[in-house]
Unconditional design. Structure first.
Ligand code: SAM
Ligand code: SF4
Length: 327
């Protein structure tokens, strides 16, 4: 494998998260202010051709896995077109999508046909009134039906991400864990992070993953598990005895997983970010539009990839929302 995508700490970068839009059809309380954000003007957003070109230039350097995200990627028109362009890039082994899931029933089959491998879906509640209160949108959305649609379209292993918030949805931890008994789904409980746009949430809303696991263990014997075969992100997995799926925890607030970080991010406006939480970004778009090769910029970005983020020392606010940086 090429050394070009190895950073100064020896981490081989093989995973790129691609934000295709900064916009969203939800306004999740932990992610986006109700009034929205200062959206990027259209001409600043990379075209599908430009995104595919970035991937084409990174693939020979060792890039293997892609995740298409946002904002909400399914609201960008003709997303299938981008997926099939990415599928055609030699060397790319895995293409995943992160979505709030609301459009999966109508889009899952066409996304699969275009070459998408799998889906991560966000779901913070299974109750209609609460889904609407957290997303701050009137919605006809059943997360279980959306996950089932993705599974029927063979977009597995299906991962369902729940951001746990004390006093808001933490009483549904057990209901989410029970989903994994009957379905081959992987429910991951995410610790709430203090990023931008979280005006009504404080550190008191953070539920440590240790507490989540203790509560899941009340449902039955819980053993460590390797988790879903594909992907090697920051989650640790467990399985309830006899369950078809697993539960996982993602612990940005109580643990640092930076030492094994193998990912970089491409923002919707064509900046390569080497750490979700820092301000390290390199503008690829101008070089791309000027027809210059991107490799020197990749190398520079990786040289600047920080050893670890400083999230554990930060307080609420101050950082950009995950929707803006391709969370
Ligand atoms: N719109 C898609 C979705 O919701 O899955 C993709 C983009 S969203 C920014 C990616 C992930 O970031 C989601 O799983 C969401 O729950 C998570 N996220 C956003 N803000 C967060 C926060 N403050 N703390 C923890 N997770 C957060
Ligand atoms: Fe939109 Fe995803 Fe952010 Fe919710 S978490 S507001 S669905 S980008």
């Amino acid at each position: 494998m090429s050394e070009a995508l190895r950073d100064q700490f020896g981490r081989q970068i093989e995973y790129l998260r691609i934000s295709v839009t900064d916009k969203c059809n939800f306004r999740c309380v932990y992610c986006m202010p109700l009034e929205g954000l200062p959206w990027l003007p259209k001409h600043e957003v990379l075209s599908y051709e430009e995104i595919a070109e970035v991937v084409r230039q990174l693939a020979p350097l060792g890039l293997r896995r892609l995740r298409v995200t946002g904002g909400e990627p399914t609201i960008r028109p003709h997303l299938e077109r981008l997926i099939s362009m990415l599928r055609d890039v030699p060397g790319i082994e895995d293409i995943a999508l992160s979505t709030n899931g609301v459009r999966l029933p109508e889009m899952a089959v066409s996304l699969r046909s275009a070459g998408l491998d799998r889906v991560n879906m966000s779901a913070d509640s299974l109750r209609k009134d609460r889904i609407e209160a957290i997303a701050r949108r009137r919605l006809d959305f059943d997360p279980v039906a959306s996950a089932a649609a993705a599974q029927a379209a063979e977009l597995g292993p299906i991962k369902i991400n729940m951001v746990v918030m004390r006093g808001i949805n933490d009483d549904e931890i057990e209901d989410f864990a029970r989903l994994t008994v009957a379905h081959p789904w992987h429910v991951r409980f995410i610790e709430l992070m203090p990023v931008g746009g979280m005006r009504d949430l404080t550190w008191d809303h953070v539920v440590p993953s240790r507490e989540v696991l203790d509560r899941v263990a009340q449902l039955g014997a819980l053993a460590p598990d390797e988790g879903p075969a594909r992907g090697n992100g920051p989650a640790s997995y467990y399985r309830l005895s006899g369950a078809l799926g697993t539960v996982g925890v993602i612990t940005p607030m109580t643990h640092s997983y930076c030492a094994s970080c193998n990912r970089v991010r491409l923002t919707a406006d064509g900046r390569l970010r080497t750490c979700l939480y820092g301000d390290h970004e390199v503008n690829l778009r101008d070089a791309l539009r000027a027809g210059h090769p991107l490799e020197p910029l990749f190398v520079r970005a990786l040289a600047e990839k920080p050893k670890e983020h400083r999230l554990l020392q930060l307080h609420v606010g101050g950082l950009r929302a995950l929707s803006q940086v391709g969370g």
